[in-house]
Design a protein around this ligand. Structure first.
Ligand code: BDR
Ligand code: CA
Length: 310
């Protein structure tokens, strides 16, 4: 099974993704690290610990990382999608949070990497600040990172201030650090894929029927479902992070195309854009961008995994 560090900002779709990993026998979750993102760090940290508690996995260390982006003071948040509590105003339906690991997220990541006898996959489900700090502070550990799978970016329509995708827009400098480094292979799962691979009411209802834990999870998505209908006039929700997780657990689930990617880090309307350099003579590291999959098969697989939570 793949060994995972989950770097996350829960977040409704983060909750689906984390619980997918915890319900799969194909991966070994070694740590969860929280970042600011969908809501502020104090809330994402508690939410991450509530989510592991829901799965009965309080043995997994959960640590708090960055409270703000690398360069800019302002942390972007998205309570209009995820609720003020980050879990669709349903966090009270979760068990009490599991223990808080006292180490900073960076130290926890370092100790997991040092102790692991196999390459570790880092799954980035939020702003890439924690992971960028790790790469910058511990270049000697990059050989121990087998792969980074990050939900983020958009080649077409963005979802934050126009052209940006939330996770990249929230910390473009961090995303740039992760996406342009040559040491660790990166798979990027952008909006272009996640907006085309959505969960409808039937999917949510079937999951909800699988048992009380699944019902708790599905309740977090109600507000997100409403926001999707009102703002995008869509009848199914994009559980972005869940698709990245499926790729991390089962490499090759998503079909990827290699691109050189730059991140627009300037202030202004292009901030946070992921810009592919398509020139045949372009140089620099390639990022595998997931642009295609069998949507129905993948969603059916996710439903099957999650349902085992009961
Ligand atoms: C990404 O931003 C967050 O709102 C979601 O959790 C996901 O990681 C989608 O743009
Ligand atoms: Ca997220």
């Amino acid at each position: 099974p793949s060994s995972l560090i989950i770097d996350t900002d829960p977040g409704v779709d983060d909750a689906f993704a984390i619980l997918l990993a915890l319900s799969s026998k194909e991966c070994d979750v070694r740590a969860v690290t929280a970042s600011y993102g969908n809501v502020a760090l104090d809330k994402t940290f508690v939410n991450a610990r509530r989510i592991v508690a829901l799965a009965g996995r309080t043995d997994i260390p959960v640590a708090a990382g960055a409270a703000r982006p690398l360069v800019h003071v302002q942390a972007e948040v998205a309570p209009e999608w995820h609720g003020a509590d980050g879990l669709g105003m349903q966090s009270s339906g979760f068990p009490e949070p599991g223990p808080a690991d006292p180490r900073p997220a960076l130290d926890l990541m370092v100790s997991v990497l040092r102790e692991s006898s196999v390459p570790v996959t880092i799954v980035c489900l939020g702003p890439m600040t924690n992971t960028a700090l790790l790469l910058a502070a511990h270049p000697e550990l990059t050989p121990r990172i087998g792969r980074i799978v990050a939900m983020g970016g958009a080649l077409g329509m963005g979802n934050t201030r126009g052209a940006g995708e939330f996770n990249v827009y929230a910390d473009p400098e961090a995303a740039h650090r992760v996406l342009t480094q040559p040491e660790v292979p990166v798979t990027l799962v952008p909006l272009d894929l996640t907006m085309n691979c959505t969960a409808d009411d039937q999917w949510l209802e079937t999951l909800s029927q699988a048992g009380p834990r699944c019902a708790t999870l599905v309740r977090t998505a109600a507000l997100y479902r409403e926001a999707t209908r009102e703002r995008y006039n869509l009848d199914a929700i994009a559980l972005h992070d869940m698709l990245a997780m499926l790729e991390a657990i089962r490499p090759g689930t998503l079909r990827t195309t290699p691109h050189r990617v730059n991140v627009a880090c300037t202030l202004g309307p292009g901030r946070g854009m992921t810009v592919p350099d398509r020139r045949p003579d372009a140089s620099g590291p390639l990022v595998d961008i997931a642009l295609d999959t069998e949507g129905e098969v993948v969603l059916a697989d996710a439903l099957r995994y999650l349902s085992t939570l009961g």
